[in-house]
Each structure stands twice: as structure tokens, then as C-alpha cells.
Design a protein around this ligand. Structure first.
Ligand code: GLC
Length: 748
């Protein structure tokens, strides 16, 4: 449709119809279909409201499948007064049918482009299944491993998150114009990743500078990449719920960032501003949200209940309603729904697209690239065929490795190959035994609210027998591989944890095994950085595999045997223990910094634990060894408009091929505000054969030196800088340069 036609359509719509376009229902509203996934609380009030207004709703949440969607779309459009098609939206977070690693694991790839390819694949499958919008990418910066949704983020670094945000939006929307694409929805605007205490839905309290410099840029990166939707966050920003926060939504998101797409609330978030104690009642919440520029009410029902009355009573201008309705119509038009309301949904297309070989290979490659080798004492890895190997641990046989946002992929299906199944296929002729060892979770632990979670049914007698069997197997093996970790539903939404170790029952198994056999290789499944002190101390190798998706089993075996080599890097620091949280590499410089090896009393440290995390941002080993030369700079003075080349020579000094990610960090030695000890400003993956070396060069310009001065103004300041180039954020490999600026007096 042409814009003119959209405006004519808008002008021909009744007030009720307009309000309906700004309202979303779940699938259960339509012909009794069960909501295929309830992803939020079902408030009584919203259930009543949805029932009474669903026939005018403009979009649907949680329905999927070409047959379902075509049936609902056809029936709905027939009844809709202007036959306006519905928008179908869903959380496709790490795949639709072909489930690949969770976003935190994708962050560990240090390869945003590859994450973009995964997003494009997910869009192709989701579109075949009838979807129009995915509620992804989630670009919330995270520094607190207690928060369950760190699994959905790409980590603690603003530069890396911004690269991923851009790449994933472009990936979802890559095939725009055909049918193999989805509209992206960047979320959760803004600052949702910093809840106090790491406790879900809690208040965010950040300084203005930190909020603007670290937490906002990745959203802007998604907006600049063309994300067609954005979603508001549940929590307050400066004391006002994001969903009714005009300064945040109108001035920053739509004003400074230039977002002109559709803004949707998070689940029931508009109505919940009454519970926040900020909106007086539903009508007040509806007014505030629309005035703040929220276009669609997800599941609270206050829009269809109150907007018509608010306009009729002259409290809201109809023009404000029209502005939102037009954006919704423009999105439907951008998707081509007025010409093809099914957006290519087709059962035959589903059959040839879902889980096809090309997609499974992508999921496999993503898994291999995401694994982070944290320890490999005496190169105990890779394993070799002449060893007797025992696999002992609950993730030997578990399919639950898809992450908590994978309900469309389904771990229950045979599509997910377990570690054991992958090993039995790949290790023919090896001497291998397999033992569950213990349930994933301690008896009595129930992860309430996760419909697909099935508590372990192991009796005490079974658990004791498993333990004894494991101990004997460990005694007889040369090497024990222990696939263990937190349950996949111990991370995700509403899954904050105060203690971030692996379940106690698994810790007991780990101790029992490592007491009879020191040659333990721990394969750690998690949706967050865990407290791995005990495991790291006793195991001779530790491989973090996150929640690796449906090809995870095969990828794990191929990395353990050296068929593939690990190359992942930590996108988020692993704290020494939960007492250290929040912990992140790019903290601001302080007046009494802790200096390793200089035990002083009056410095920034703990009395009872080290100051540094157990494993730092950007860290990850390979199966070889790499050596970096000193940092070379093309010059040591930079004028605006010029560039400095910073480079190193990297050499593979080991015996195996390796892929290393060389990282560039900068430090602004003196600024008008305290600057981070270092900040990631570049990364390059390089694969080298044994003995091979290569030059890795980065270009540094003034833009790399700019930082937040005030809303709408980022600028650099003349003075001294340090360039660090290394293979993780702890590198001290550096060289100095100065930025010279005509007018400014130098921060010497
Ligand atoms: C949830 C999540 C959000 C998700 C939405 C729809 O509460 O916060 O990320 O996209 O509801 O499922």
C-alpha cells in the first residue's frame, strides 16, 4: 500500500477500531486455542478485558504454526471492519525450530556477523511458521550474574553488545521484501539488565553518565540498524516506570535516537504502572503510556478499555491515537501484509525449512565457536582414542540444553542429540562408559512456573546407586568427562539466583569423582557465569558450553576430541564468588586501586576473597599457544581527523591450529569524569597453523576516544591515552599516545 492509502484507511476507521489496533491478545482468544506459551502473569483484569476486546485486536502473541496462523488470520480479517490483517509476534530468541546457542553463548563467539547469520536463519524458519515479528534482540547490558536473563544478553561490554545488536537486527530483517524475514524488536528499553540485587523486575539505579555511556548505546545501535519495533522495560528509570516515561521514550528513544517504529510495552507493563504506584488507575496508565509514545499494549487490556473514553472525554487527543495506529499500519505494510496477510506462511515451506541440514550446520558451528576453554592443565584436552574414558554427570543424557526461551524448538523431541548419543556416534572404537551420576537438581527443588519443567523423579536409592556406579567408573577410567551444570530453567526470566554454583547434588558427585580420579574434565552447562571455584580448583580442564542448542552434543564431543578446537571468549566475567557481583572489566578508575602483588591495606579489595574475578571478560584458551609482539603504533600523536594504526604480530607457538581473538582496548588516562580502566574498541579473530604468524592491525580515530558528556553530546578530550592489545581484558600489553586538539587545554 502507498502511504496515502494507509492514511485514508486510518481516517476511515472508528475510534474503537483504532484502539483495537493498539492491543494484543494471546492465541487462547481465538476459537478456544490454548495460548501456546504464556510468557507473563495472567491478571484477572487483563483476562476479562482481552475477552471483551479481542475481536478488534491488532496483534497476537504466542501463536505459531502456518496452519494455525492462516486459519486465525483468515477468520479474523473477515470480521475486521476494514479487513486489516493481524500481526503475529513471538519470542524467537535463539532459534525457532533449529535451536542454536543462547545469546550469552553467541556473545562468547566474539563474532557478531555469525550471530547475524543465525538470526537470518531463525527468521526464515519463523516466517515459514507464520510469524511476522520476533521479540529479539535483547540488548540489555549485564554485569550481575544473579539475574536470570543474562542468558538472553550478549554480555557486559557496550562495544560488543552494540555490534551484536546491529548484526542481529540486520539478520532478522535481511530478506525484507521477500518472505524469509521478520521484523526485529529491540528490548527492553531501557536499563532492564541492572536490577538492584540482581533480583528480577527490581528497580534500576544508575548514574546518568553510566546509563547513557554503557546501557543505552546498544539500543541505539539496533535502532540505527533499522529495528522496526522496540519494547519497553518493566522497571523504573529515574523513578518513573519506563513504560510511561516520556523523557525516556519520547526524548531519548524517538528524539535523540530517531526511532520511528512501533513501540510495544512488555507483558502487561502498562497496567502494572498502577502497581508501581505511579499511575492512579487503568485509565491513567493508558493515558500516560500513549502520551509517552507506547503504541501497543501487550496484554494489560487498558488500551482497549480506556482509550476510546479518554478521547471522547477530551482527555487524549485523537491525533495522538492516530499517530500510534499509523505506525502499526506502517509496520503491517512494511511486512507486506496488506498484499500477503500470510507473509508466506506455508506448511510445505515449513517442511523444507525446519531443521534442514544447512540450518543444523549453522547451529553446530555456533555451538563450537561459543565454547570457552577456561582451563586445560598439561593439555589434558583434547582426549585421545587410547584412553579409557568415563562420562559421568547429569548432562550426559539430558536434552535440556536449549535455554529457557526455546519452547518452539522443544527439547523433548528426538531432534536434540545428547552428549552420550553424540559420543556413541563419534567415538566408535574408543573405550567409553556413560553414567548419569545424579539428577540435575537437588531433591525437593521445584522450578515453579516453568510449564515444561519436569522435576527429577530419582529416588534416594537410585541416587545412591548412581553415585556408587559413578565412583567405580571413575576409578577404572584414565579420564573422567563430567557434563554438569545448572538446570536450563535456573536462568531466563524470573530466574534470579542468590547463589550461583552448580546444584549441591552435582557438587557432591564432582567431589566424589575427583577424589578417586584427578583427571577430571568438567563440561559446564549454564545460562550465566557460575561460581566455579571448586570445579576450577580440582578439575584439570574446564570447558564452558553455556546452553549450546540442539547441536550442542555433537559440538561438545568434536571439541573434546580435537576434531574442532575451542575459540570462545567470555562475554561476561565469571566472578570469584557471588559476593563479588556485580563485577565487570571496564569499571571506572578509583583513587585507591588494588594492584596485584602489592598487598596493601588501604586499597580497593576484599579481606576474604581476591579483588579480580575468577575468569575475566575476553578470556578463553585454545588448544595451542599464541605469542604476541609488543604493541606498535604508527605514531604517538593523534589529531582529529587522523588515524593511528595499532598493531601486533601474533604467532602460533604451539603444535595445533588455533583461532585467537585479538582484542584492542583503550584507556583515557585523564578525563573530565573518571574513565574506565580500559574499554574494548576492536576485535579480530585470526586462525594460525603451528609456527604461522600474522600482523593484526587496528585503526584508532578520534571517534574511538569520545565519551558521554551530556544527553546528545559525546566528545573526546585532549590528553594521554593507552592502547592495549591482547587476548583478554587483563592484558597489560600497552603503548601510549596523545590526542591533540586545537582549542582544548589538555588533561595532562
Ligand atoms: C516477557 C518478557 C519479554 C517477552 C514478552 C513476550 O515478560 O519480558 O522479553 O518478549 O514477555 O513474551
Amino acid at each position: 500500500m502507498e502511504q496515502r492509502q494507509l492514511i485514508d484507511l486510518l481516517n476511515d476507521m472508528s475510534l474503537e477500531e483504532k484502539a483495537g489496533q493498539l492491543f494484543q491478545v494471546t492465541g487462547d482468544w481465538f476459537d478456544g486455542m490454548e495460548a501456546l506459551e504464556q510468557t507473563g502473569p495472567e491478571a484477572e483484569e487483563s483476562a476479562r478485558l482481552r475477552k471483551s476486546y479481542g475481536h478488534l485486536a491488532g496483534s497476537v502473541l504466542g501463536v505459531y504454526g502456518a496452519a494455525n496462523i492462516k486459519r486465525i488470520q483468515s477468520a479474523y480479517m473477515e470480521r475486521q471492519p476494514h479487513h486489516i490483517p493481524l500481526l503475529f509476534m513471538l519470542d524467537i530468541i535463539n532459534g525457532y525450530k533449529t535451536i542454536y546457542p543462547i545469546p550469552l553463548a553467541q556473545g562468547a563467539m566474539f563474532d557478531p556477523e555469525f550471530a547475524g547469520d543465525c538470526a537470518a536463519m531463525a527468521a526464515k524458519e519463523g516466517a515459514a511458521g507464520g510469524l511476522h515479528v520476533t521479540f529479539s534482540p535483547m540488548v540489555d547490558l549485564v554485569r550481575d550474574a544473579r539475574w536470570g536473563r543474562v542468558m538472553e544478553s550478549t554480555g557486559e561490554d557496550v562495544y560488543l553488545n552494540s555490534l551484536y545488536a546491529k548484526s542481529m537486527v540486520e539478520g532478522y530483517q535481511r530478506q525484507q521484501g521477500g518472505t524469509d524475514f521478520l521484523a526485529a524488536c529491540v528490548k527492553h528499553f531501557a536499563g532492564y539488565g541492572a536490577p538492584e540485587g540482581g533480583r528480577e523486575y527490581q528497580t534500576m539505579e544508575l548514574s546518568n553518565g553510566t546509563f547513557h555511556e554503557f546501557y543505552l548505546p546498544a539500543y541505539e545501535s539496533a535502532v540505527k540498524a533499522g529495528s522496526r519495533m522496540a519494547m519497553t522495560a518493566f522497571q523504573t528509570v529515574n523513578g518513573i516506570p519506563a513504560t510511561v516515561n516520556r523523557a525516556l521514550l519520547r526524548e531519548i528513544l524517538r528524539g535523540k535516537m530517531g526511532f520511528n517504529g512501533v513501540l510495544i510495552s512488555d507483558y502487561a507493563a502498562i497496567g502494572e504502572t498502577v502497581v508501581h504506584g505511579v499511575s492512579k488507575d487503568g485509565a491513567d496508565a493508558a493515558r500516560r503510556a500513549l502520551e509517552a509514545g507506547v503504541d501497543i499494549d501487550m496484554m494489560s487490556g487498558v488500551y482497549p478499555e480506556y482509550l476510546v473514553g479518554l478521547v471522547k472525554d477530551g482527555i487524549l487527543e485523537e491525533a495522538l491515537l492516530d499517530e500510534s495506529v499509523l505506525r502499526v499500519l506502517e509496520l503491517k505494510n512494511w511486512l507486506g501484509l496488506f498484499e500477503d496477510p500470510f507473509h508466506g506462511a506455508d506448511e510445505a515451506r515449513e517442511a523444507r525449512t525446519f531443521l534442514c541440514e544447512e540450518h543444523r550446520k549453522l547451529a553446530y558451528e555456533a555451538a563450537v565457536k561459543s565454547f570457552v576453554l577456561l582451563k586445560n592443565e598439561d593439555a589434558i584436552l583434547p582426549l585421545s582414542p587410547n584412553q579409557k574414558i568415563a562420562f559421568i554427570g547429569p548432562y550426559t543424557d539430558s536434552r535440556d540444553m536449549l535455554g529457557s526461551w526455546s519452547f518452539t524448538g522443544g527439547a523433548e523431541t528426538g531432534e536434540v542429540k545428547t552428549v552420550r548419543a553424540a559420543a556413541e556416534e563419534a567415538l566408535a572404537g574408543w573405550s567409553v562408559t556413560y553414567h548419569t551420576g545424579c539428577p540435575v537438581l537437588d531433591p525437593g527443588i521445584v522450578l515453579e512456573g516453568f510449564d515444561r519443567y519436569k522435576p527429577s523423579s530419582a529416588t534416594q536409592e537410585e541416587t545412591d546407586r548412581w553415585r556408587e556406579e559413578a565412583r567405580k567408573a571413575a576409578e577404572e577410567a584414565d579420564v573422567v568427562v563430567m557434563p554438569l551444570g545448572e538446570h536450563c530453567f535456573q536462568s531466563g526470566e524470573a530466574a534470579s539466583r542468590a547463589f550461583i554454583e552448580i546444584p549441591k547434588i552435582q557438587q557432591d558427585l564432582f567431589r566424589a569423582v575427583s577424589e578417586v580420579n584427578p583427571n577430571v574434565v568438567a563440561v559446564v552447562f549454564s545460562g550465566r557465569p557460575l561460581d566455579l571455584r571448586v570445579i576450577s580448583e580440582r578439575a584439570r580442564a574446564v570447558l564452558s558450553v553455556w546452553m549450546p542448542g540442539m547441536e550442542g552434543g555433537r559440538a561438545i564431543i568434536d571439541v573434546l576430541t580435537g576434531t574442532r578446537t575451542p575459540s570462545g571468549k567470555l562475554p561476561m566475567s565469571f566472578p570469584y564468588c557471588v559476593g563479588q557481583v556485580p563485577v565487570h572489566y571496564d569499571s571506572l578508575m578509583t583513587g585507591r586501586p588494588y594492584r596485584k602483588g602489592k598487598p596493601e591495606r588501604y586499597v580497593s579489595r576484599y579481606q576474604d576473597i581476591p579483588a579480580d574475578p575468577l575468569y575475566s571478560f575476553g578470556y578463553g584458551l585454545t588448544y595451542t599457544s599464541m605469542e604476541l609482539s609488543e604493541v606498535r603504533l604508527s605514531k604517538n600523536e593523534l589529531m582529529p581527523g587522523e588515524e593511528i594504526e595499532a598493531s601486533v604480530t601474533i604467532k602460533n607457538t604451539g603444535k595445533r591450529e588455533g583461532t585467537e581473538t585479538v582484542q584492542l582496548y583503550l584507556r583515557d588516562v585523564t578525563g573530565s569524569t573518571a574513565r574506565p580502566v580500559k574499554q574494548l574498541k576492536g576485535l579480530k579473530r585470526v586462525t594460525l597453523q603451528p609456527g604461522e604468524e600474522a600482523k593484526v592491525a587496528f585503526s584508532i580515530g578520534e571517534d574511538h576516544l569520545k565519551f558521554f558528556q551530556k544527553p546528545g553530546l559525546w566528545d573526546s578530550e585532549a590528553g594521554a591515552f593507552l592502547v592495549f592489545i591482547g587476548t583478554d581484558s587483563r592484558t597489560e600489553h600497552s603503548a601510549p599516545f596523545r590526542l591533540k586538539k586545537q582549542e582544548a587545554s589538555e588533561n595532562t
